[in-house]
Ligand binder design. Structure first.
Ligand SMILES: [Zn+2]
Length: 122
């Protein structure tokens, strides 16, 4: 399965950033939670730590100097299938934006607890 990272027309501008706690709303990992490992906004995909793990069987010398074996790797999931989990409410919530002294800030749509600042450089 090849994952092609191309810009799609109308790709969502994501509110999810690296380091966020999210819950998967669809698919085989539905209901599970994890931390966002990487976001691919142009493709509308993100990888979540420990979720949607696929096993890659590789032979010796295949794709570089790797040794033979089974590797586990997080496979990207659509960002639209992810929902932010508020650390305070401990439930999946919508993210709202609040304009404060520091500019636009992401807050929990339920309790207005500020979301963690996006990590620099993803
Ligand atoms: Zn909250």
């Amino acid at each position: 399965m090849a994952i092609v990272l191309v810009a799609r027309p109308g790709a969502l501008k994501t509110k999810i950033v690296k380091g966020d706690m999210v819950m998967i709303r669809r698919g085989k990992e539905k209901g599970k939670r994890g931390t966002v490992k990487a976001v691919f906004p142009k493709a509308g995909l993100a990888t979540v730590e420990g979720l949607n793990v696929v096993k890659r069987h590789s032979k010796q010398g295949f794709g570089g100097a790797k040794s033979a074996g089974i590797y586990e790797k997080e496979s990207p999931v659509p960002i639209s299938a992810l929902q932010y989990v508020c650390a305070k409410c401990d439930i999946p919530v919508r993210i709202k934006y609040k304009t404060g002294p520091q500019g636009k800030q992401r807050v929990c749509g339920h309790c207005a607890e500020p979301a963690p600042e996006p990590l620099k450089g993803r």
